[in-house]
Structures are given as structure tokens and as C-alpha cells.
Design a protein around this ligand. Structure first.
Ligand code: ADE
Ligand code: ZN
Length: 366
């Protein structure tokens, strides 16, 4: 069996994928046509396909990580203009589920960015109805992907806006497993959302936050997310019930349940210790960083995290933009790291250990 086949056959999880980052040029074009939305400067699908990976995502020596993120986000938000109706959100989710199934991804925790839509006048209910209906259809399939949704706050919007979005999310508490924090980190540290995350934890959501690579205050942000975000827990006894021995159990502590990215933890031994002591996992997207920041820097940090025994998972982040979907991410990471098949399987076991789902499903998965 080839390495590709081994990786394909491995039941896989994805825990760091933005639904809006799975918007392919073909779906974007279809939604634009049916909603009469103009895509500036684009007159054909071929043209959109050929322009989908702007060269500014490519690695250049000496570029700043924050600049990359900003440039990417400008394209990412602009593309969302075509998402208007419940059907659009249904199709977006359904296309990702189909893609996930085709890669033998069995479980996915998927971010979505409601403020990127409500700020354009699309109602929260339209977004949620599309997502929920798509998942209901998927749940009925015998080979369906098990899906959970993570509501992300946009950190470059105000904390009041995040608080309002949390209130909207409460109506869908049973449909949303966690809240996260994404978008442009420069000038928007996690402390800005202190109270929103305390309220979210009290309401029973799991908590995670992006600590993107090479950002301003990156080490302080990782430290804050690991040790403070969400405030003290009152939910620990409940949470412990969904884990078994050997699982990555969030300790009885303040701080997030997980960190999205967090690659720069590799730079400081104190941070590695903090993350280990907090029993936190990192959802990494190495091929995305590698495209922006160059493989050498990325894989030496990945190696440091791995050798320190930090549980990491491998993910695609925004696969329609970053060229690689989950299967290809794992194949490429194996090539760069030279990890054995046992090590690759261990990464997927980490992923299910970190999953925010019931024990029965996790046990079947192993
Ligand atoms: N939103 C979508 N992708 C993101 C990323 N990689 N970092 C921050 N926000 C995002
Ligand atoms: Zn992300």
C-alpha cells in the first residue's frame, strides 16, 4: 500500500477548517449568477479559476506574517458577497461534506463567521438554517461525516458586536458546540474579548481561539489564550465525562479548551511548558503557513512541538484558497517531516481525542 493509500484509508478528522474558506470558484460563480451578484473584474468561471490563488499568498523571504493574513482576509471576505440565501449556505456546507467524505474524513468541527454575513445584511437565521439543514441531510447518510459547528467572532470587529453575536448564537445552543476567535490579529489581542468568552463558557460552549503565525504579540496572545481565556471553569466535571483514559482532557483550569494554530509556541520553552501543563492541543495548518512563510521555518517549529509531546492535529484551514484539502495536507506533511505511518496515525488519534463529541462516537472511531 502506498503512503497516499494508507493516509486515505485512515479515518480522519478535521478541526480547523473555515466553512467560508471552502468556497470554491465554481460554487462562488454559481451563487453569483443565481443571486445577480457581480464579481468585480470577472466575466467567466475560467477566469475566476485561474485567479483563485493570488500570488501574494506565495512565500517571499522577509515578509511579515500579519501582512499575509490581512491580504488573504481581504480576498476571503470579498468572495463571500455571493453568499446570500439559505440555499447558498446549504450548498456551501454540502459541498464541503461531499469533499470530506471523498477523503475519508469521518469527523469535522467547522468554523463559520456569522459577522461576515450579518454585517452585509444577511440574517443570522439564514446562515444557521442553511448550515443546520445541510447537516441534517448529512446525518441521515450511512457514510455521512459527523459534523459540529464552531461560531467564530471576528476579532477586528468590536467586542460589543461579538457579544451581540453570542446572544444570537444562544438561540442555536444545541447546534453549535464551541465559540472561536479569528480574522486579523494585529491590534486585536484575545484580551479584547475577555468578557464575551467568560459569558460563552458560562453558557456551556467550548472555547478556542486563533493564534495565527508570526503575529504581533504572538507569544503573549498564546499565553493568554492558554491560561486565561474564558475565565475559570465551572464545566469541568461535565467535560470530563466525555473523555476516557489517555484522552487529552482539558485540565481544571482557566484558559481555552484548544488553540487554533499556536505554532509560535515552539519559539519559547516556557510556552511549551505552559501548553503541556494546560493539556492543550493545537490545530495546525502547516501547508497553509508553508505557502506563506516557507517550509523550513514551519517544519522546524512543527518538529519542536512534536518532540515536546504537544498534541497537534493537521488541517486545511481555507482549502479553496490554500490549494490543499485535508488528504493532501497529511500527505505533504508526511513528505516534509518523514513521519512514520504510526506517527501519522497518532496524529489522527490525537484529533479524535481532542474532539468535542460523545464518547460512543470516539470509541467507534479508534
Ligand atoms: N479566517 C479564515 N481563515 C483564517 C485564518 N487562517 N486566520 C484568521 N482568520 C481566518
Ligand atoms: Zn483558521
Amino acid at each position: 500500500m502506498s503512503i497516499e493509500q494508507f493516509i486515505y484509508k485512515l479515518p480522519k478528522c478535521e478541526q480547523h477548517v473555515h466553512l467560508e474558506g471552502t468556497l470554491t470558484p465554481s460554487l462562488r460563480y454559481r451563487c453569483a449568477l443565481r443571486n445577480n451578484v457581480l464579481i468585480p473584474g470577472v466575466s467567466s468561471l475560467d477566469q475566476l479559476e485561474s485567479e483563485r490563488y493570488p500570488s501574494n499568498y506565495d512565500y517571499e523571504e522577509g515578509q511579515d506574517g500579519s501582512d499575509y493574513l490581512r491580504e488573504f482576509l481581504a480576498n476571503y471576505y470579498a468572495a463571500m458577497d455571493v453568499l446570500v440565501t439559505e440555499q447558498d449556505f446549504f450548498d456551501l456546507a454540502t459541498e464541503y461534506f461531499e469533499k470530506a467524505r471523498s477523503m475519508n474524513v469521518k469527523y469535522a468541527e467547522i468554523f463559520f463567521d456569522p459577522q461576515a454575513h450579518t454585517s452585509r445584511g444577511i440574517s443570522f437565521d439564514v446562515v444557521m438554517n442553511g448550515l443546520i439543514k445541510a447537516r441534517d441531510v448529512e446525518d441521515k447518510r450511512s457514510d455521512g461525516v459527523r459534523v459540529q459547528y464552531i461560531l467564530c467572532f471576528l476579532r477586528d470587529m468590536s467586542s460589543d458586536s461579538a457579544a451581540e453575536t453570542l446572544q444570537l448564537g444562544l438561540k442555536y445552543k444545541d447546534q453549535i458546540v464551541a465559540v472561536g476567535l479569528d480574522s486579523d490579529e494585529r491590534g486585536h489581542p484575545p484580551q479584547k474579548f475577555e468578557q464575551v468568552f467568560i459569558d460563552a463558557r458560562k453558557a456551556g460552549f467550548r472555547i478556542t481561539a486563533h493564534c495565527d503565525v508570526d503575529q504581533e504579540e504572538t507569544h503573549n496572545n498564546i499565553h493568554y489564550v492558554a491560561t486565561k481565556l474564558g475565565g475559570p471553569r465551572s464545566d469541568a466535571p461535565d467535560i470530563a465525562k466525555s473523555y476516557v483514559d489517555g484522552d487529552i482532557i482539558p485540565a481544571y483550569r482557566a484558559g481555552a479548551d484548544r488553540i487554533d494554530h499556536g505554532l509560535n509556541a515552539a519559539d519559547l520553552s516556557e510556552l511549551l511548558t505552559t501548553i503541556k501543563n494546560a493539556n492543550l492541543g493545537l490545530t495546525l495548518c502547516p501547508m497553509g503557513y508553508s505557502k506563506h512563510l516557507g517550509p523550513e521555518r514551519v517544519f522546524s517549529k512543527l518538529d519542536t512541538l512534536w518532540k515536546a509531546g504537544i498534541p497537534i492535529t493537521l488541517n486545511s484551514d481555507d482549502p479553496a484558497y490554500m490549494c490543499r484539502w485535508k488528504q493532501q495536507v497529511v500527505v505533504d506533511v508526511q513528505k516534509y517531516t518523514g513521519w512514520s505511518l504510526d506517527e501519522i496515525a497518532q496524529v489522527e488519534r490525537n484529533a479524535i481525542s481532542m474532539a468535542w463529541t460523545d464518547l460512543e462516537f470516539k470509541t467507534k472511531f479508534r
